[in-house]
Design a protein around this ligand. Sequence first.
Ligand SMILES: Cc1cc2nc3c(=O)[nH]c(=O)nc-3n(C[C@H](O)[C@H](O)[C@H](O)COP(=O)(O)OP(=O)(O)OC[C@H]3O[C@@H](n4cnc5c(N)ncnc54)[C@H](O)[C@@H]3O)c2cc1C
Length: 386
Amino acid sequence: MISFDNTENAFKGKSNGALRQSFWLFKLIGNPVLVRMGGSLGPLGLKMGFKRIIKSTIFKQFVGGETIQECNETINQLAKYNIGTILDYSVEGKESEADFDACLNETLETITKAKKDPNIPFCVFKVTGLARFEILQKVSANQTLNESEKAEWERVKKRVAKICLYAFESDQPIFIDAEESWIQQAIDDLANDNMASCNKLRPIVYNTFQLYRHDRYDYLKQSLQRAKTSAYHLGAKLVRGAYMEKERERAAKMGYASTIQPEKKSSDRDYDRALELCIDNIAVTGLCAGTHNEASSLHLVNLMAKQTIKPGDKRVYFSQLLGMSDHISYNLSLNGYNVAKYVPYGPVEEVLPYLIRRAQENTSVKGQTGRELSLIIKEKARRSAR
Ligand SMILES: Cc1cc2nc3c(=O)[nH]c(=O)nc-3n(C[C@H](O)[C@H](O)[C@H](O)COP(=O)(O)OP(=O)(O)OC[C@H]3O[C@@H](n4cnc5c(N)ncnc54)[C@H](O)[C@@H]3O)c2cc1C
């Protein structure tokens, strides 16, 4: 029976010095006032030359490096514990065609790197790195595009197809991240087209299903049915979802019923049901559970045991973000399960919004010690008692 309480396993990769550094970092970002200040002062800090400080603290905890090359140390460190890397080029909010082409080329580079490195089981991209938000929104809402927009949308489709085809030719699976519900239809259409063309032999292209949406369990069922009917494998990355507040705010502001589940319990229930559906159909499915939730991770472990799926079966992966939930990642990998960490990378100034989100996620609620900090404190105590 796997236990996620084993902090010795969880922090095997961290020296005492590195553990101390993480302790102070999580202590600092546990302070909501500091994090609020950091959110607005971060960009200013960079302008004032604090890049080195940011790079050696919060960046080091959550990010692999500024370039693919710089991520090598993290890739090798994780590989020592049989944990794979998913290189995630985390540049956000770009709007020009030149930026989209640069992101396309960078994503192709990650596939080239993965082809040569057995420690990189998946690559990943966000469609908003390759397309204007507004065009995705228009396509999702089925609005009529003018001639120039039609040409723009064709370029987006070509970029996505180029990545997926290169992944297919390289035999290198790739995830398409899920984003806001009002652009998700366009993303799903792109994912479905490319799954149909690239997943005939095995899952190469994976779509992402956000189970915090009340319609996604049914959508997963439909996607599975479509894959069966058209004789391809479904690639399914399951997550709860990252845009809950934004989704609810927009729905309230615009007066439509929110796509988000009524309560956390319903997201948890659908997440676990989605795991069951994928495992029951594992013959035609590639599954990645992108979660920091211990109960769901254990649920998947139990489902695999019930279906006599071996821990190391490549059709099933667990995934967490770099710098978070190592107690899940390391305990799973030490028990033979397939685990890969999302390793974001990119120039410090570009990755700043990602870092601010990680800090906010780890800010204490009503003075409580956060999950990550509690685990670090437990491991520090265990090491001092030796
Ligand atoms: C490897 C990986 C890949 C990811 N890829 C994506 C992606 O492509 N797209 C994306 O959107 N996110 C993605 N995420 C982020 C993911 O959605 C968040 O990590 C996740 O929401 C946190 O949930 P959890 O499963 O870790 O569990 P928990 O920490 O148990 O759950 C927290 C989540 O539950 C949901 N929730 C919380 N309160 C409520 C409520 N009151 N009502 C309904 N639901 C609630 C929210 O989704 C919240 O984030 C990814 C995460 C990982 C680890």
